[in-house]
Design a protein around this ligand. Structure first.
Ligand code: AMP
Ligand code: MG
Length: 278
C-alpha cells in the first residue's frame, strides 16, 4: 500500500446516533474515506474476515449469546454480494441466512413480526436477514399495502421487538447499503448486458426504480425512527463494492469482539483423570 493510498486513520463510524436524524441525500454513497486502492482495501477486509471467523467459533462454542445482522438496500444495492463476500469463510454450521420475500398466505395470517421472530438466531448462532421486518415499513409503505395508520405504528413495534431480542442475548446490527441512483442504473444495465447476470434482472425492478424517491424517504424514516442504542443502524457507502465489504466486515468484527465470546473453560474436566480407551 503506497503512501498516497493510505486511508484516513480514523474510520467514520457510519452509525446513526439516536436523536440525531440523518438525511440520506447528505450522505455520499461513493465515499471511500480516502481509500483508492481496492487491493489494499481487500487485504484489510480479509483480516476482518479472519477476525469474524475466529470470533464466530468462540460464539458457537460458548453457546450463550447470538448475533443478528440485518441487511437492507434498494434493488441492486448489493445485499447478496455482501453476504457472499463478507461471510465466505464463516463456518456454515454456525451461521444461517434468511431471505424474506413477499409474505405467504400463512405469514399474512399472523402479526407482521411473526415470520421474522421465527428466524432469530439460537444461542451461539449468527443469523443474517436478507431483507427483514423493515420491509413492512418500506415496500409496504411505498406500495400502500396497508394504510398509513397501520405501518406508522410499526416503528415502535419494531423497536420493542428488537429491545426484547437484545434483552434475550441477541446482539443486533443493521446495515443500509446506500447506493446512488446512477449506480443503480449502471448495475441494472450490467445485469441486462451480462448473460450470467441476466437471471437477476427483473422488469419489476424498473417499476421500483421509478419509485426511487419514495423508497429513499421510507428508508430514511425507518433508519431515523429505529436506530437505537441497543440495535443501531449503519448507513454504508456502497457504490464501491470493495469499500462496502471492508466497512461491513470491520463493523461485524468489532461488534463480535465487543460481545467477548469465550470458549467454555472445561473446568469440570481434569485431563489427568481421563484415559481414552484403546
Ligand atoms: P428479491 O429479494 O429480489 O427476491 O425480491 C423479494 C421481493 O419481496 C421484493 O420485491 C420485496 O420488496 C418483497 N418483499 C419482502 N418482504 C415483503 C413484505 N413484508 N411485504 C411485501 N413484499 C415484500
Ligand atoms: Mg430482486
Amino acid at each position: 500500500m503506497g503512501e498516497d493510498t493510505a486511508p484516513h486513520p480514523d474510520y467514520p463510524s457510519y452509525r446513526v446516533e439516536p436523536g440525531r436524524p440523518i438525511r440520506l441525500a447528505d450522505l455520499n454513497p461513493g465515499d471511500t474515506n480516502g481509500w483508492t486502492d481496492r487491493d489494499a482495501a481487500g487485504h484489510e477486509a480479509k483480516q476482518h474476515r479472519k477476525r469474524i471467523e475466529d470470533l464466530q467459533e468462540r460464539l458457537y462454542a460458548e453457546n450463550i449469546q447470538s448475533l443478528l445482522i440485518v441487511l437492507q438496500a434498494i434493488d441492486t444495492g448489493g445485499k447478496d454480494g455482501t453476504i457472499r463476500n463478507v461471510f465466505s469463510g464463516v463456518n456454515p454450521q454456525g451461521c444461517r441466512v434468511w431471505s424474506f420475500k413477499q409474505p405467504s398466505a400463512e405469514e399474512l395470517e399472523h402479526d407482521f413480526l411473526w415470520r421474522y421472530h421465527r428466524r432469530t438466531p439460537e444461542r451461539g448462532m449468527m443469523a443474517i436477514f436478507n431483507r427483514s421486518q423493515y420491509e413492512d415499513v418500506l415496500v409496504v409503505r411505498v406500495h400502500n399495502l396497508v394504510p398509513e395508520d397501520v405501518w406508522r405504528k410499526r416503528y415502535s413495534m419494531i423497536n420493542n421487538f428488537e429491545r426484547m431480542l437484545t434483552l434475550n442475548g441477541i446482539t443486533i446490527i443493521k446495515f443500509f447499503l446506500h447506493i446512488s441512483r446512477d449506480e443503480q442504473r449502471r448495475r441494472l444495465e450490467s445485469r441486462l448486458e451480462n448473460p450470467d447476470k441476466r437471471w437477476k434482472f427483473s422488469v419489476g425492478d424498473l417499476h421500483e426504480r421509478l419509485l426511487w424517491d419514495r423508497y429513499q424517504q421510507a428508508f430514511e424514516d425507518a433508519i431515523n425512527h429505529c436506530s437505537t442504542d441497543y440495535a443501531p443502524w449503519y448507513v454504508i457507502p456502497a457504490n464501491k463494492k470493495w469499500y462496502r465489504d471492508l466497512v461491513v466486515s470491520r463493523i461485524i468484527a468489532d461488534t463480535l469482539e465487543a460481545m467477548r465470546p469465550e470458549f467454555p473453560s472445561g473446568a469440570d474436566i481434569n485431563p489427568a483423570e481421563i484415559t481414552i480407551p484403546a
